[in-house]
Design a protein around this ligand. Structure first.
Ligand code: RFL
Ligand code: PHB
Length: 400
């Protein structure tokens, strides 16, 4: 027998998008249930983003979980670009009239939201199997799944597809209703997490070297996150810790390389790089948000921040629907999100092209990269364009 429950919004996926949406809706008195395919521990074990824009911090505060990030996050007022063995600082705060970004891990954001959700006694079904989304083209959408050995059904007013790139929501949209745009890059990022002090605790370092891209980031003053560009054919097992640290050092300027403190990795993974957008983001009574509808290469640190802004627009639209009986926000949702998404897609694509070594770049392509990097660090106008995108464009940035 199927166990049936009812809620106002059923959210598929308990990543940052789903959890943040659930928290914002709950604050507004809108009932919601989250259905997640994995266990809570598995979700927390995925090491991903580390840089939050102010827009994202503001939303965490609005959702009632801002205290920990304020206390434990590390503000960054600069980024550094390394090329031709030299380091150049970009003063993102000075160039944007005082804005900054904050180093605070996606794992920590997720944990804060999970804890708040559990403390508020809200329903989350982890380890749900065979999740399907149904009836969203009509007035009575519902989700089916298997949970704790039982067939379950959730009837709702709306479905929020927050289930990431490989989720079921986008895949359930009828063929032909979706337009996809994609660029796949011919390399990946090998990332490691290690309990060693970060080499650059006040500025994220992006390096373009003859051996490829490298990135120095952090999770705290005692936990570092580093990445190197690697071929897509590489396996994690090809990369001993020693090989990783050697490769990282060779890609940085000599002074910085010398300061790297190494230690055993506690996580090591390879992520492919992709730009992807699916349009639109609403299908009747189902909405897509976050990685379910778009992917950026991690170079611009935009993925989690875009997920947060989608959720801001979606929560505002749903609150307007219930409180004011107006569907204006719901009708505008997809266009509002996509205007911001395409700007972040452009920035992430541009920075990816500028900072990586492409197999078919050639000598001319290399000269172009070098010339653009020199221009970028020597022109206030060009540095400002980088800085204002890096800290994140305002939510109400011109839509057209
Ligand atoms: P998620 O995090 O993928 O969560 C989706 C959740 O849905 C679940 N799910 C299902 N649940 C039920 N039924 C199904 N059929 C389901 N299918 C899937 C999944 O188990 C999962 O729990 O998507 P969300 O919430 O939209 O969040 C997006 C972010 O995770 C992502 O954009 C960022 O991690 C991207 N990203 C970065 N973003 C930044 O803003 N700043 C960064 O510094 C940054 N660095 C990164 C990154 C992503 C990386 N990787 C690995 C792709 C660095 C890396 C290396
Ligand atoms: C990270 O800390 O994981 C990180 C930082 C900056 C990026 C991407 C990832 O651009």
């Amino acid at each position: 027998m199927t166990h049936t429950v009812r809620t106002q919004v059923v959210i598929v996926g308990a990543g940052p998008s789903g959890l943040l949406l659930g928290a914002l809706l709950h604050k507004a008195g809108i009932d919601n249930i989250i259905v997640e395919r994995q266990s809570g521990e598995y979700v927390l074990g995925r090491i991903r983003a580390g840089i939050l824009e102010q827009v994202t911090l503001d939303l965490l505060h609005e959702a009632g979980v801002g205290a920990t990030v304020t206390q434990a996050g590390t503000p960054h007022h600069a980024i550094e670009l390394v090329f031709q063995n030299q380091r150049h600082a970009i003063d993102i705060t000075g160039l944007t009239g005082g804005k900054s970004v904050t180093a605070y891990g996606q794992t920590e954001v997720t944990r804060d939201l999970m804890n708040a959700r559990a403390a508020a006694g809200l329903t989350t079904w982890y380890s749900a199997e065979d999740v399907s989304v149904n009836g969203f083209d009509g007035p009575h959408p519902y989700v089916l799944c298997q949970h704790e050995g039982q067939a379950k059904r959730i009837d709702a007013d709306f479905i929020a597809g927050c289930d990431g790139f490989h989720g079921v929501c986008r895949a359930s949209v009828p063929a032909g209703s979706l337009q996809e745009f994609e660029r796949v890059y011919p390399f990946g990022w090998l990332g490691i997490l290690a309990d060693v002090p970060p080499v650059s605790p006040h500025a994220i370092v992006y390096a373009n070297s003859a051996e490829g891209f490298a990135l120095c980031s952090m999770r705290s003053l005692t936990r570092s996150r580093y990445y190197v560009q690697c071929p897509l054919s590489d396996q994690v097992s090809d990369w001993s810790d020693e090989r990783f640290w050697d490769a990282l050092r060779r890609r940085l300027d000599p002074a910085l390389a010398e300061q790297i403190i190494t230690g055993p990795s506690i996580e090591k993974s390879i992520a492919p790089l992709r730009s992807y957008v699916a349009e639109p983001m609403r299908f009747g009574r189902m909405f897509l948000a976050g990685d379910a509808s778009h992917i950026v290469p991690p170079t611009g640190a935009k993925g989690l921040n875009l997920a947060a802004s989608d959720v801001k627009y979606l929560s505002a639209a749903l609150i307007e629907h219930y409180a004011e009986r107006s569907d204006a926000g719901i009708d505008a949702y997809s266009d509002r999100c996509l205007a911001r998404i395409w700007r972040a897609e452009r920035f992430s694509w541009w920075l990816t092209n500028l900072m990586h070594r492409f197999p078919d770049n050639g000598a001319f392509g290399q000269k172009m990269q070098d010339a653009e990097l020199h221009y970028l660090v020597n022109s206030r106008a060009a540095s400002t364009a980088l800085a204002e995108n890096y800290v994140g464009l305002p939510l109400d940035f011109a839509q057209h």
